[in-house]
Design a protein around this ligand. Sequence first.
Ligand code: HSE
Length: 405
Amino acid sequence: MAKIAVLGYGTVGSGVVDVIHMNGSAINKRAGEEISIKYVLDLREFPGTPAENLIIHDFEQIVSDEEVDVVVEVMGGIEPAHTFVKRSLEAGKSVVTSNKALVAKWGSELLAVAEANNVNFLFEASVGGGIPIIRSLNHALTADEIEEITGILNGTTNYMMTKMFYEGADYEEVLKEAQEHGYAERNPEADVEGYDACRKIAILSSIISGRYVDFEDIYTEGITKVTSTDMKYAKKLGMTIKLLASVKRDQDKLGAIVAPCLLSASHPLYSIDSVFNAVFVRGNALGDAMFYGSGAGKLPTASAVAADIVDAVKNADKNVMASWTTPKLTLEDRADTEKKFFVRMSGDLDEWLPKVEKAFGEVTTAAPDDVTGEFGFVTGKIKEGFYEEKAAGFPNILQMLRVEE
Ligand code: HSE
């Protein structure tokens, strides 16, 4: 029998306990032995719940208990999660976590500690919730050179962008709705500023490169400046706007960015609506693939955690995760990355177009019927550094969004 301890009885922790009870016999069969929850660590008591008789309040009881094989960290945050995870690995216990902040910051160290102790540090649920993207990159796609990953990795902002697209609503209005539905937190910063998506793409970038990618090196723009007028232009151009997190290979360098982008209708991510997440992957042998599903929520996230628990139990004496090495990878300078840019300018199109094309080259213009006093255009593919240099000469620029085709 394999015994596990769950750290944190919040949304994900209670989901893990529920999934293990709900699908117990199938999970045990796949793990090759019975999985039993010995402890649930939380500061609170939970009378009348399945965790009622499992709750303890002292981590020392878990780390010193030789019967505990797998520790499941679903508390979130950096401390005490980091200390608890590291000590568990050092004590010879595998650890499963859903904590993207922890993996993005301490992943290299914790993978190395796991390897040194011949146990596993698994974190499928940290990116894309229930979508099996990490396992796929580590195992199924391990023979490919991954050239690109572009993802809608944050459900809250995708819900907001979807509402803005279909209802023509403004940012503040959709944020309020997202908060009322419980998607966005009272302090929505981590989602709307792109920090959550940034940590997730940093984790995926580290996996595909085998080198630590520091989330702090990834240029990150959130959705707070996206307006209903931008959405009108996007529609006029046959596009939508999504918060995209991407990493792309450019010869021997990787470039990563999180930003709201105009997305053309032919892109596989165009139709990913509401709180759903999706990850587009391009491999040099595989070609294009898409992973789609629930990126958050109690049971989808718990499903990914439970799958990692099964993997940890099945591979009790061997390290199965590919690790990533330090020092950290130097990402491609954003100024050298090439893309198309959507720009809104105040003024008269006919008057400005010659100057615009002299600076940026040939552009495609757009003018939604009910927008006056301004115009919009999309450049051809140019380097971001070139765009910035030329844009500095136009004080009438109202907005710039990158374009993904
Ligand atoms: N706040 C995150 C989201 C939760 O909206 O996608 C899952 O990481």
